[in-house]
Design a protein around this ligand. Sequence first.
Ligand code: KIV
Ligand code: ZN
Length: 400
Amino acid sequence: MKNDDSTVSRGYQSDRVYIFDTTLRDGEQSPGATMTLQEKVRLARQLELLGVDIIEAGFPAASPGDFEAVRAVSKTVTNCQVAGLCRAVAADIDRAWEALKHAANPRIHVFLATSPIHMEHKLRKTPEQVLEMAKTAILHAASLTKNVEFSAEDASRSELPFLAKVVETVIDAGATTVNIPDTVGYIQPEEYGNIIRYLTENVKNINKAVISVHCHDDLGLAVANSLAAVKAGARQIECTINGIGERAGNTAMDEVVMNLNVRHDYYQCSCGIITEQIYPTARTLSHIIGMPIPANKAIVGANAFAHESGIHQDGVLKCRETYEIMDAAAIGKTGNDMVLGKHSGRHAIKAKVEELGYTLNDDQITIVSDAVKKLADIKKEIFSEDVEAIVLEEIFRMPD
Ligand code: KIV
Ligand code: ZN
């Protein structure tokens, strides 16, 4: 199929991955992550600074509060598209549009389930009825704006020929983004990649839309699945800050973005995220919802750039890249962290002592080092104050 410029930049041949942030919608569905309207606007401003392409601000038909929040975010944000979620029914679509129409770049996001289990037990509709509903809903949304996304809910458990038919139908009806969610966090990376590849090969108008992925982390694979989908041709990733979201959460934005950056050689795709805003954004969300970031979380966890083992500390002090694949500064952190403990070596202890302003000879470093290790056996964490106290006590002890 021949591609003109506009379809290439939207389709799966492009090297640009769009980042669709759903912290304010799917993320807020995380237990304990409810935000007030003011907090949502504050986070939306931070997401704009971060450089996300699309902010999903809420589900306007779900509640008056959600409607007001989508409206307020639409009026505030100017540099990103603002999306509102709706079911595939005219009343929901109209309500979403009412909230979104003030946005500089509004997007209507319609979802409808396509898996046998959802169609039979939740929707109680036949596949033919679902196909018709999807087409009618997208035609209606496309009469309001040119920027329309369709999500085939539970796509990963749908029958592929039917999923392809739905995707083709909604693109013909005006959808410019087609989302293939792994709603229940069930799929494996290779299988997910195969679904995306199947759609690129079997949907004849696929180049007229961006293929999007939306993963949940029930089996801990949301990030791996999203990246496998990009490798297979998806060009929009739906994700949340710190990976918050329904049940075990959604794809963590910081993790997919840093994979695309650090392994650009592998993915050959870029996104528009200002990576130096990743850490400040993670902290802003954590403060707003009162949910700490786990210390061992990749990228933004407190330990992600911390080194405790003596061999690692020595290596990093000689050459950062020996044990670090990215620079803490790239995500907006001030630097890596040498955590002193019983595994720390002389090199790290000497560096800490010098950072505190003391110059000691080799014998004195050995004395301090032994004392730090002894203390680390009885105390979980060694702080700068502990090291200073040891230096003062063991080296500069005032005679009795
Ligand atoms: O998980 C899901 O399928 C969703 C859709 C509404 C996009 O959140
Ligand atoms: Zn979801």
